[in-house]
Design a protein around this ligand. Structure first.
Ligand code: FES
Ligand code: FES
Length: 150
């Protein structure tokens, strides 16, 4: 049994400590907003926050988050009111949508650390996240909007 805080609430998961956090979230806890893309730390589809910092959930063992605080896309806000979510809607960022929860989690982590990033900083930070639909220009615009409008 491994305990941690998930989207603000304590959870105990009955799974092996070396289970990947991504599958614990999706299979055990039924939070399917966090996506599986590559499974190798290369695409960012599985991005969550651990103690406020972004992390590839496909690369984290459950035991590594014991006692920590994990936030998934479902916990970013209760009503889609996070500035990044509002900006995403305003800029109509998603195309197929598959990569988008990971993109949003990455963007939210950036703005938490750097509320007014330069465009270069945005591009560099978001290079961890791949979008097969090529929504990159809209992603940059949405992050700039979120930084501007808060
Ligand atoms: S699924 Fe984790 S980085 Fe691709
Ligand atoms: S919106 Fe389709 S993969 Fe990014």
């Amino acid at each position: 049994m491994v305990g941690f805080k998930l989207n603000g609430k304590p959870v105990d998961v009955d799974a092996a400590g070396d289970s990947r956090l991504l599958w614990v979230l999706r299979e055990h806890l039924k939070l399917t907003g966090t996506k599986y893309g590559c499974g190798t730390g290369l695409c960012g589809a599985c991005m969550v926050h651990v103690d406020g910092k972004r992390a590839f959930s496909c690369q984290l063992a459950l035991s590594e988050v014991a006692g920590k605080s994990v936030t998934t896309i479902e916990g970013l806000s209760t009503d889609r009111s996070h500035p990044v979510q509002k900006a995403w809607l305003a800029e109509r960022v998603p195309q197929c949508g598959y990569c988008q929860s990971g993109q949003i989690m990455s963007a939210a982590a950036l703005l938490a650390e750097t509320p007014h990033p330069t465009r270069d900083k945005i591009v560099e930070h978001m290079s961890t996240n791949i979008c097969r639909c090529g929504t990159y220009p809209r992603i940059v615009r949405a992050i700039e909007r979120a930084a501007r409008e808060g």
